[in-house]
Design a protein around this ligand. Structure first.
Ligand SMILES: NC(=O)c1ccc[n+]([C@@H]2O[C@H](COP(=O)([O-])OP(=O)(O)OC[C@H]3O[C@@H](n4cnc5c(N)ncnc54)[C@H](O)[C@@H]3O)[C@@H](O)[C@H]2O)c1
Length: 272
């Protein structure tokens, strides 16, 4: 996610610092961005000169101190509260007073992350969708102590990045996942209840409900491990049975059937 967000920033003309835990990981992410921009050039969607200028706006580092001059820091590290709180606490001693600190968390409480920061009023959620360069939505999440100015700065940045931002409060799953996760879980339960085949369930929802993509294809694309993790997080907070991951998905995750990224989920994917 961090690489996708960095790509959006450099394409929008923003000088960007990409911080990773090792330089090797940072260079791999940079290589990925160069690959996607190269494909855009091949397809005639981007000038080679624009690509080179965009890539020139990305500076890589492993040092948090190199974020000192940033107006906005967007965090996209592992989805665990401890490391995120540690990072937000450390950033307080590095960035300027007015810098906005945004977290891309999908399932954690932005308020709990913000509570570790020295200036929680400067902390908001900026929840991008995967892959960030292709998905237009960004949820701008107001935590309990977020200032109006921090929320509006993040909203304006979302627009500058060519996204369609929406504003919402810090509730479990925010907007899209709060609706989509139980809905996808219902779809998976229907597989067993009505004994419909995955491809037929996808046909049902695309042809009968106007979905742009069938639920099995979507869960395979998101990653079955990612979906199970998000379901567990929502269930833990809301305790609604529909939020809990269906046993069939948990079994698939445990068997390593993770969807597109592992080559097999509800469907099989040939390499390339
Ligand atoms: N993958 C998605 O579909 C998706 C969508 C929206 C939001 N998110 C959120 O974005 C964040 C990142 O998700 P991802 O899927 O890109 O995960 P990922 O595991 O692919 O990437 C996490 C990155 O954080 C780095 N990292 C790990 N520990 C760190 C630490 N202590 N300090 C600094 N960096 C550290 C890793 O090197 C890695 O590059 C999570 O909060 C996740 O919930 C993910």
């Amino acid at each position: 996610m961090g690489a996708g967000i960095a790509q959006l920033c450099i394409q929008a003309g923003l000088e960007t610092v990409g911080r990773e835990v090792t330089l090797e990981l940072a260079e791999r992410a940079q290589g990925g961005i160069a690959h996607f921009l190269g494909r855009a050039v091949e397809k005639g969607k981007l000038d080679a000169a624009e690509r080179d200028a965009a890539l020139g706006r990305l500076r890589l580092t492993t040092e948090l101190a190199d974020l000192a001059g940033c107006d906005v820091v967007i965090e996209a590290i592992v989805e665990e509260l401890g490391p995120k709180r540690e990072l937000f606490a450390a950033l307080g001693g590095i960035v300027r007073q007015e810098t906005v600190l945004a977290t891309n968390t999908s399932a954690l409480s932005v308020t709990e992350i913000a509570a570790a920061a020295s200036r929680p009023e400067r902390v908001v959620g900026m929840h991008f969708f995967n892959p960030a360069p292709l998905m237009p939505l960004v949820e701008i999440v107001r935590a309990e102590l977020s200032s109006d100015d921090a929320v509006e700065t993040a909203y304006a940045l979302g627009q500058r990045l060519g996204r369609n931002p929406i504003r919402c409060h810090d509730t479990p799953g925010f907007v899209v996942n709060r609706v989509l996760i139980p809905l996808l879980n219902d779809c998976i339960r229907v597989l067993d209840e009505s004994r419909v085949a995955p491809e037929d369930l996808d046909t049902a929802m695309t042809n009968g409900a106007g979905w742009p993509m069938g639920p099995c294809t979507l869960v395979d694309l998101v990653g079955i491990d990612v979906h199970v993790h998000a379901s567990e997080a929502l269930y833990e907070k809301l305790r609604e049975p529909r939020m809990a991951p269906p046993p069939r998905l948990v079994a698939m995750k445990n068997a390593g059937l993770l969807g597109r990224k592992s080559g097999r989920g509800f469907f099989s994917y040939e390499k390339g």
